[in-house]
Design a protein around this ligand. Structure first.
Ligand code: ZN
Length: 107
């Protein structure tokens, strides 16, 4: 059984890459990052200079794409208001940063 790696995303920096890697791995998708070695080899380059490619197995591409699209929508999404404490949260927060409540939970 051979693994056929496909690049599914190019992160702007290694911080984003690791965030997405964790996101995919939490869904049991193996992720390989490329580009990182360049920045660590250069040593003094800021982490945000080098694009980092996210690679997944060909069989995981469809699933990974859905997760990444969801992630991007959250980045571009709208603010939401917490119904417990009325705090306005930015779209990328999955739970209220103020009180920690999960907006998708039904009461
Ligand atoms: Zn809240």
């Amino acid at each position: 059984m051979s693994v056929h790696w496909v690049v599914v995303y190019r992160a702007a920096n290694s911080l984003e890459a690791h965030c997405l890697k964790g996101l995919l791995e939490s869904d049991n998708i193996s992720v390989k990052l490329t580009g990182e070695n360049l920045s660590s080899a250069a040593g003094e380059l800021p982490a945000n200079v080098v694009e980092v490619g996210l690679w997944v197995d060909a069989s995981d591409v469809a699933q990974a794409t859905v997760i990444l699209q969801h992630y991007e929508q959250q980045q571009l999404g709208e603010e939401w208001q917490c119904r417990h404490c009325n705090e306005i949260n930015e779209a990328q927060f999955e739970v209220c940063w103020q009180c920690g409540c999960d907006p998708s939970e039904s009461e």
